[in-house]
Design a protein around this ligand. Structure first.
Ligand SMILES: Nc1nc2c(ncn2[C@@H]2O[C@H](COP(=O)(O)OP(=O)(O)OP(=O)(O)O)[C@@H](O)[C@H]2O)c(=O)[nH]1
Ligand SMILES: [Mg+2]
Length: 143
């Protein structure tokens, strides 16, 4: 199974994805530092919200096989700069989260566009809360 490092803004759903991947109870807790799970590395949203913390992401990504850029589809903005994926010499995928909260298909299309511009090579759409789309992500990680 691939180890994935999640990067994305505060509240985008990275920790929830880690908990789901590891069969843990979903419990909200603000991530304050980089946290290592068996198959995942969780990072605080601040790593992507402050450019000077990109280095923390880069260093932490050394232990991962793939980078997962996490974009909340209910947010109208994205912190991922264009071609952000080129910073990592590893595969980069995109994960659109909270899809059950999308008001229109346009919300999802916008989130996908942010991730595409960032350079994600594959994009998954998930709702961790409603258990939709997450199996495709798991299957990819198990490939
Ligand atoms: N409705 C809905 N809420 C979700 C989903 N995934 C996560 N959440 C909620 O979004 C909130 C933030 O989720 P986290 O996983 O803690 O976010 P994070 O990306 O780890 O945030 P930081 O640790 O602050 O960087 C929590 O209250 C979650 O329950 C989802 O698919 N649908
Ligand atoms: Mg977190």
């Amino acid at each position: 199974m691939k180890t994935i490092i999640f990067a994305g803004s505060t509240g985008s759903g990275k920790t929830t994805l880690c908990q789901w991947l590891h069969g843990q109870e979903i419990a909200y807790k603000k991530t304050q530092a980089v946290e290592t799970f068996d198959q995942a590395i969780d990072t605080p949203g601040e790593c992507i919200e402050n450019r000077y913390l990109y280095k923390m992401l880069l260093v932490s990504s050394v232990d991962a096989d793939v980078i997962g850029l996490v974009q909340d589809c209910t947010k109208e903005e994205s912190y991922f700069p264009p071609a952000f994926a080129t910073m990592f010499a590893k595969p980069v995928i995109g994960i659109v989260t909270k899809t059950e909260l999308a008001r229109t298909d346009e919300d999802i299309a916008q989130a996908r566009a942010f991730l595409q511009a960032a350079g994600a090579e594959r994009i998954f759409e998930v709702s961790t809360v409603e258990n939709v789309g997450v199996d495709a992500l798991r299957a990819y990680l198990e490939e």
